[in-house]
Every structure is written in C-alpha cells, then in structure tokens.
Design a protein around this ligand. Structure first.
Ligand code: FES
Length: 569
C-alpha cells in the first residue's frame, strides 16, 4: 500500500503527514485534497520543492518575485519535481512600523514553522529586502532541510543630470543637502522620482546587497548569483538553475548544517569586512550562526578586521553601484582576491568545496574590486569597541566614517528616545556644537521602537546649515547599510536593559578611541551609582508579538534573535 515506508524514509507529499494513528490515511487525505487542485497522479508522486514567496504589494524590492517563482518552477518541473510556492511574512524596509527589524524574527519563525510543517524535500528561499534573507537563512538552519537562497537582485542606478542615482546612499546624501539648505524643495521632489527607478533591492552595498553576498560566501547560494541585477535575464536563468539544483538536493541532500559551519561563518565575516558591508549584516550573521550554535566573538571580529582590507569600491564606502560590482566579477572575483584568507574546505549547497570553486582565476575588473596591494582601505570596514559605555561591545563602520573623528573626547548631548530626538534636534536653542557627541538611548531591541535604523542621527539643522557634515553619533540602535558617518551603533547592553548607556546625561564626557577600540563614559563611579539607583526598567507591552519580543529578544552581540529560537533554545 502507498506510504507504507517508515516515516523518516518518506518523500514528497508523504513527508510530515498528520498522525491520526493511521499515517496512510493521512496521506490518502492529503492526496485527495491535492487532487482538488487538478494535479495528476504522476505529479503527486514527484519529489516536492517548496518555494518561499516573500513578496507582497507592500514590498517594492520583491516586485519581480512572481516571475522568479515561475522560473524556479520551470527548473523544478523540467527536472522532474513538483514545485510548491507558499507565502510567508513579507518584510519591506520602508513599509513597516516601528521598523522591519522588529519583525525579522517573526518572519524567521513563520518560515521555520512552514518548512517543518509542510511536506517538501528541498526548498528555494526567495528573498531580497534587508530582513527577508536573514530571516530565511535563520529558518533554514533551524529546520535543516536542503535549502537554496535566491535573491531578487539589486536595482539599476539611474542616470540623472550627469550623475547616477540609486537607493539609498543618494537618498541620504541629497536629504542631508536639503536639510542644510543646499538643495531646493523642487529639486528634492524631482530626485525622489529618480532614486529607485527599476525593480530590485537597494543598488548600493547596503544591507540587502551585503546579505546576498554573505549568503553566497556562506555557500547557501550558487556562485555568482548574489549580484545579478533584478532586471537582467540572467536573474531568471539563475532562478531556473536554482530550481534544477533544488531537485538534485532532493536526491542527494546537503543540509544547511553541513554548509554553515564555524569556518564558513568566518569566511563570511572576512567577506563582510572586504565588502565594506553593512553593520546590520553583522547582527544577521550572528543570528544565522547562532541558530547553528556558532558564536561570533567581537574581539575576533577586530582581529579579522585588522587583517582584511576593504576591496570593494561601492557606495556608501566608495563610488560604485551593485551593477558595477556584478560586472566587475561579483562574489567569485572577491573570493578569488581573498583566497589566502579563507578556509577552503567548506562546501556550498552544490557540494563543491571552496577549494574547487577557487581552482581557476576569476575575471576581476579592478575599478570596483581592487587588488590586495591597492585596497580601498588596508583594514576591514567594521570595528568593535569596548569600554565602560559598551561592556559587551559596540560597532563602528570605520570605512564610512571620518578618520579625523576617530579619536574624540567630548561632551555628550543626550536624547532620551526617538520622540525626544525628533522634538529637539532642530531646535535653534539646542545647546550643541559640532564638537559634541550626539547620544541616542532607548532605541535598542528591547524597546517598542525595535532597534530601528535611527543611529544615523541627523546633524542638528543649525549645524548642517553652517556646513557641518559629520559628528560623532552613538546609540543602541542600528543604521541603514546605505548610510555613512562617524556613527557608533549597537551599544550593548542597550539602555532599556539597564546598560551604562541608560545612565548617560547631557554634559557628561565620552571618549571614543578607534585606535584603542574603546568607548568610555568619563563619569565618576559614585555618580553613576546614584543614577543607577534612580533608574527603572521600562514597562513591557501587555500582549502580542511586542510582548514576545520584550520577553525573548537577545542583545545585538547575540544577533537580536529570540532566545527560544537559538540552537538549544
Ligand atoms: Fe528593500 Fe532597500 S528597501 S533593499
């Protein structure tokens, strides 16, 4: 009788049947209902490849998902499988309140549940916007079924009056000029329509692009596919190939636990540093690795950063756009350039070792992927800072910061939260100078704000109008991967967890030393003790997802995952 094999040996629709005490009946029911969708007997006997669909009308970066899914389906069908697209939470960066980060773990939880609950022999993860790829990889690692990441790909930059524009480094650059009174209202409105002119993810080395590259560096994506522009036909061909590859995985499974290892995570960290990649990617990589029980030590990050040059010359660190990176050779070219710094015995989802993938020299265009002896920067893009203000660490993207501000001791101008910031930052009476340090607290992962990308605090408008372009800014939240400036992020523990950041007051002195990797609050211990005695933890939300987050979310150095979802719970 059909399905009489042991449950662990079942495949296709026979996987994960409900247990009514008669599994064959459960399969009989499942097939009966599947037939209501018009599938033939032969089709229902095929191996099943799930295709996660994170698109929605809210998600601009996922506009091409329907055609990508059709291409994946072609690949699966052509190779003899049954493709089964299914929806999960869709996270669009600009559409979510309080911010997309607040919902990354919800998407990961949703995806993991559907990967384990539904019958499938392998899955194709179709993501793109900042939080979707991390959520899918976190889920795939926890579910540990054969999985391949496919991304929507970056948008193209648009020519505009002698320059090129793309989301979203140029959005921030022009908005800063507008705040400083150097761009008119008419022009900023005109530019609004030129920043994102094609489908796809942000066109610079922001978080989405960085995560796509890290997925390839980890081995969860076929080589060379991270940076194919969203609108290229190659993107659809890659999707078709991914469908065929997923079918190979149904016969010879390779699981995420074989691909994501301590060695591949370290390779991904090297790539992150060489890309001048997003600070957010560090949080996401920590969360992905944490699902596998692999910890990322921020002291180790510093050691890697000191021995990994920035080689990729893209905005916000450099000049180019993702289409330039792709034309310059993309990830295969970068991995080739970094080859002596990487572990070669890791495998990707095709089963190929990195040693095998690096057997032949890759094509490299030196304009955007530099030679090791001619780097964009001789050291990596990110550094971790530690000290009395950040006992468990904070992050600075030095490749996008102002070196003249790397050693700063100055007075703090403190904002108690996002409301306070919005109310006072442009107050002409604000007691602030260009030499001060702007401090934002109560915007970390435990707060209702959900750790938004508010770490790129605006320069107070009276200073912006006077020509100030950068100041030291620090907070317990994040910043967009497309942003730039001397900005200390992810201060851990955060203020809402009672970290020292909670005790900082305007007028205190803070010392930042990038050279010493330190961040210290220069206030006497007895003063801090008095302030701590008066500090109260914020009330938790009463119910719902917000309450689950408040009870479970971990700090930035642990990837802001929910405690219960990490390896071992
Ligand atoms: Fe989706 Fe930038 S808004 S990648």
């Amino acid at each position: 009788m059909r399905g009489m094999t042991h449950p662990s040996q079942r495949r296709g629709l026979a996987r994960n049947t409900s247990n009514y005490g008669d599994r064959d009946f459960a399969l009989y029911l499942r097939r009966s209902f599947a037939k209501s969708m018009g599938y033939s007997e032969a089709m229902l006997d095929r191996p099943v490849v799930g295709i996660v669909d994170t698109g929605s009308a809210y998600n601009n970066c996922h506009r091409t998902v329907p055609e990508l899914i059709e291409a994946v389906k072609r690949g699966v069908l052509g190779a003899g499988g049954l493709p089964m697209p299914f929806p999960t939470v869709s996270l669009s960066e600009p559409s979510l309140h309080p911010c997309s980060m607040h919902y990354r773990n919800l998407a990961a939880l949703d995806t993991e549940a559907m990967l384990t609950a539904q019958p499938m022999d392998a899955v194709v993860l179709v993501g793109g916007c900042d939080k979707t790829v991390p959520a899918q990889l976190m889920a795939a690692v926890s579910a540990d079924i054969p999985a391949i990441q496919l991304v929507t790909g970056p948008m193209l930059a648009a020519p505009f009056q002698g320059e090129r524009l793309s989301a979203c480094t140029d959005c921030r650059r022009y908005w800063a000029l507008y705040r400083a009174g150097k761009v008119t209202e008419e022009r900023i409105n005109q530019i609004e329509g030129r920043l994102a002119t094609t489908a796809g993810t942000c066109g610079v080395m922001g978080t989405a692009s960085t995560m796509a590259c890290l997925a390839e560096a980890l081995g969860m994506m076929p080589g060379g596919t991270a940076s194919i522009p969203a609108v290229h036909a190659d993107r659809l061909r890659a999707a078709e190939e991914v469908g065929m590859l997923a079918m190979r995985l149904t016969e010879a499974p390779i699981r995420p636990s074989e691909v994501i290892t301590a060695a591949s995570v370290e390779n991904a960290l090297r790539v992150l540093l060489a890309l001048g990649g997003s600070t957010n990617a560090l949080i996401h990589l920590t969360a992905i690795a944490g699902r596998r029980g692999v910890a990322i030590d921020l002291h180790k990050l510093n050691a890697l950063s000191d021995s990994t040059p920035v080689l990729v010359d893209l905005k916000p660190t450099g000049e180019g756009y993702m289409e330039d990176f792709h034309a310059a050779g993309g990830m295969p070219a970068l991995l080739w350039e970094l080859r002596d710094l990487l572990y070669h015995d890791v495998i990707d989802i095709t089963g190929a070792s990195l040693r095998h993938r690096l057997a032949e020299p890759a094509f490299v265009d030196r304009r955007y992927i530099r030679l090791r002896n001619d780097p964009v920067s001789p050291v990596g893009g990110l550094v971790a800072l530690f000290g009395s203000l950040a006992p468990r660490g904070a992050i600075l993207k030095r490749s996008a910061a102002t070196p003249a501000l790397f050693e700063t001791e100055a007075r703090a101008m403190v904002f108690d939260g996002l409301e306070d910031l919005a109310e006072r930052i442009d107050d002409p009476a604000l007691d602030v100078t260009a030499e001060d340090i702007l401090v934002l607290k109560n915007a970390g992962p435990l707060t209702p704000a959900g750790m938004p990308e508010a770490g790129y605090l605006p320069i107070p408008s009276k200073l912006a109008r006077a020509g100030v372009k950068d100041m030291v800014r620090m907070s317990d939240c994040r910043m967009s991967g497309t942003a730039f400036g001397t900005i200390v992020l992810h201060i851990t523990p955060e203020a809402a967890a009672g970290g020292p950041l909670a005790l900082v007051e305007s007028g205190d002195r803070i010392r930042l030393s990038v050279g010493e990797r330190s961040l210290d609050l220069l206030v006497a211990p007895e003063v801090l003790e008095r302030r701590r005695a008066a500090w109260h933890a914020p009330a938790k939300p009463a119910r719902g997802w917000d309450r689950i987050v408040a009870d479970q979310v971990l700090q930035a150095d642990e990837g802001c995952d929910l405690a219960v979802l990490r390896a071992g719970g």
